[in-house]
Design a protein around this ligand. Structure first.
Ligand SMILES: *Cc1c(COP(=O)(O)O)cnc(C)c1O
Length: 382
């Protein structure tokens, strides 16, 4: 029987050659491929700097560190994200504060961000959920007024645009993930983009133990070339050259990946927009989504989500749910977060199903997904 996952990588012989070339070279890590990949990212995104890092979670952790998040600091984010977004704040001993989503775009609602600001708020982490950019003008305006750092979680949104501006050039820092289901892949991997030189230096330090060899050589010849200094507490969050070579090669194909994602999403929207019992994701005119995932919202009065989900799965669709609101998880409940704090996110979660979407899907796959959804939904309507 056929099985169509919700997301999947797209690797060709060229990618494999790029990787094997590195395996035959002198550097497996922290060699020329890292610089090359970082330059390719800054060229593509249009940011001044990029820091390649071990994964998207490490990118968020590094960004929170660079923003100076410490014990007692509050950081506002959305519950409609992967737990890593909020976990990064906890890694820095900060407190994640959840602002509700807009029920139309499913992205964080700027009005609720402002309601959740206290004297301890230091940063905002908007997540471009499904690849559709958040309302960045409103978020930046609030950030300016309250002097907050904006870290965009762009894990879904490499290649997306907000009012013609590339995601990765808008907030103080933007993080990306190169996990296999994301817009491009390095196996595991991530990066942070920024235009701020000071943040860039902090990000680089954090990636490699807080150790630097770049200092002013005021003491001149007194320092031997073995010398280095640890000036902060960083981690080993380095990306390998093997991964960076794959990433740079993947990036040459990102436009075709995203065009295919857009094409599939548009067929889905056309075919499913009038189907009773479900809502398709609303796209704003001034944004261009990276279409990382395509989510359906079921009307709980007409359809039982669990039943529909299981039947889609039985018919070979690798459906998923993105996301369980972060604070529903037992770990967060034990930290004191209560159910009910973000009503729109909770309501969305109750009806969510992620359906397959990735560049390698054939037209036949796409129509199988559509026909299966129509059949299952119609069968289940009350
Ligand atoms: C995938 C993802 C992450 C984490 O990235 P990893 O590379 O898996 O560590 C963080 N935030 C969001 C929204 C994601 O989708």
């Amino acid at each position: 029987m056929r099985f169509i996952p919700y997301g999947n990588q797209c690797i060709d012989d060229n990618d494999i050659e790029a990787v094997t070339r590195v395996l035959r070279s002198d550097y497996l890590t922290t060699g020329p491929q890292i610089n090359n990949f970082e330059e390719a990212i800054t060229d593509y995104v249009g940011s001044k700097y990029a820091v390649a890092i071990a994964n998207g979670t490490a990118a968020l952790h590094a960004a929170c560190y660079a923003a100076g998040i410490e014990e007692g600091d509050e950081v506002i984010t959305t519950p409609m994200t992967f737990a890593a977004t909020a976990n990064a704040v906890l890694y820095c001993k900060g407190k994640p504060v959840f602002a509700d989503i807009d029920p139309i775009t499913y992205n964080i609602d700027p009005k609720d961000i402002e309601r959740k600001i206290t004297k301890n708020t230091k940063a905002i982490i908007p997540v471009h959920y499904t690849g559709q950019p958040c309302d960045m003008d409103s978020i930046l305006e609030i950030a300016r007024r309250y002097n907050l750092t904006v870290i965009e979680d762009g894990a879904h949104a490499l290649g997306a645009k907000y009012k013609k501006r590339n995601i990765g050039t808008i907030g103080d820092m933007t993080t990306f993930s190169f996990h296999p289901v994301k817009p491009i892949t390095t196996g595991e991997g991530g990066c942070i983009t920024t235009d701020d030189e000071e943040l860039y230096e902090r990000l680089k330090l954090f990636r490699t133990h807080g150790i630097t060899k770049d200092f002013s050589f005021e003491q001149g010849d007194n320092l031997g070339s073995w010398y280095y200094e640890q000036t902060g507490l960083g981690f080993n969050y380095r990306m390998t050259d093997i991964q960076a070579a794959l990433g740079a090669n993947q990036l040459t194909k990102i436009d075709s990946f995203i065009n295919r994602r857009r094409e599939i999403a548009s067929i889905y929207s056309n075919e499913l927009k009038d189907l009773e019992g479900i809502s398709i994701p609303k796209q704003l005119d001034n944004t261009s989504s990276g279409w990382h995932i395509y989510v359906l919202k079921l009307d709980p009065n007409k359809l039982n989500r669990t039943r529909v989900f299981n039947q889609l799965k039985e018919k070979g669709l690798g459906v998923n749910v993105h996301y369980i609101p972060v604070y529903y998880h037992p770990y967060y409940q034990e930290l004191g977060y209560k159910t009910g704090i973000c009503k729109n996110a909770e309501e969305l979660y109750d009806g969510l199903i992620t359906i397959p979407l990735y560049p390698k899907m054939t037209d036949d796959d796409v129509w199988y997904v559509i026909d299966t959804i129509k059949q299952v939904i119609n069968y289940n309507l009350n």
